[in-house]
Design a protein around this ligand. Structure first.
Ligand SMILES: [Zn+2]
Length: 302
């Protein structure tokens, strides 16, 4: 068995063309690969029995994937069977794609190919490089550490690893100055709560947030961004907060809070964004994308 080079491993596991579909979020396969990498790092084997995938992988898809009508088991069966086509994943039995029953009945186990396992087992840095590239291609940085923790990888170790051992993917370039333009346009205040803290005269805890995620085709334009405080940026990227067609803030019913501090999030519901004169509101097609691809399910009643 010829050893795979670092470049070949990265190309096989983290070339993102197989993971995107016309700007729709399809994080199912990357989440499965991340889960397999975590198991490989922890135990020396990426083997994942269907019984574990049906719970753990399904949880990850529900938590970090777009809302869907598909059943949990079905959502997990899709990557568990179809990742075979990418040549990186094998199953202990030959079963049809997408079909839950044979997976359950056959007690099927999946794992990364032996060549990949061999290459990754010897090189923890390479494993982390692959993990970093996968997570950065799929999720904004507000969420990447949560995803890594949830699959069982250490976010600090993964995110400090060099992601560009070889840059195989023509990464889209961020346009210079977008962040600064957005912060300026929104007066360095959170568009949701108005927070405008400064430290030594510099805004602190205020971030430029994409409505449609940059890594899923969202442009660095004035109508695809808002200034948000760190908390509301995170809740917006996780889908706890969204916007409706009239630029009213929406709070997901999936969000729950127990303390008065956290319950203040509920108070944002149905509040209309009011940027200063001349600042464009987020464009309807970007808001639509966020509603379909990120926002968690149903909003609170008006
Ligand atoms: Zn805020």
């Amino acid at each position: 068995m010829a050893a795979l080079t670092d470049q070949a491993v990265i190309e096989q596991l983290a070339s993102f063309r197989q993971y995107q579909h016309d700007g729709e979020r399809v994080p199912h396969k990357p989440l499965l690969v991340l889960l397999a990498l975590a198991r490989l790092e922890a135990s020396g084997s990426s083997a994942l029995p269907w019984s574990a995938a049906e719970t753990k992988l399904a949880d990850l898809i529900v938590e970090f994937g777009p809302s869907s009508q598909t059943s949990r088991a079905q959502a997990a069966a899709y990557p568990f069977t179809r990742l075979r086509r990418d040549g990186v994943w094998t199953l202990s039995r030959d079963v049809p794609d997408d079909n839950v029953r044979p997976l359950r009945e056959g007690d099927v186990t999946g794992h990364l190919t032996p060549e990949l396992e061999a290459a990754l087992r010897q090189r923890p840095e390479l494993l982390r490089t692959v993990a970093r590239r996968l997570v950065e291609a799929q999720f904004p940085m507000t969420i990447a550490p949560d995803v890594l923790s949830a699959v069982g990888l250490d976010p600090d170790l993964v995110l400090e690893t060099a992601a560009d051992v070889v840059d195989l993917v023509a990464r889209r370039r961020r346009s210079a100055g977008w962040r600064e333009r957005i912060l300026e346009a929104w007066d360095r205040q959170c568009a949701f709560c108005g927070y405008d803290g400064q430290l030594g005269g510099v805004a602190v805890g205020i971030e430029a947030a994409h409505v449609r995620w940059f890594n899923v085709g969202g442009p660095d334009t004035d109508d695809n961004g808002m200034a948000l405080c760190s908390l509301h940026h995170k809740l917006f990227d996780r889908g706890a907060l969204g916007l409706d067609g009239n630029h009213r803030i929406q709070v997901s019913r999936a969000f729950s809070a127990r303390t008065e501090a956290a319950k203040q999030v509920y108070e944002l519901h149905d509040v209309t964004l009011q940027p200063r004169r001349g600042t464009p509101l987020p464009a309807p097609h970007h808001v639509d994308w966020h509603t379909r691809q990120v926002f968690k399910g149903v909003a609170l009643p008006a």
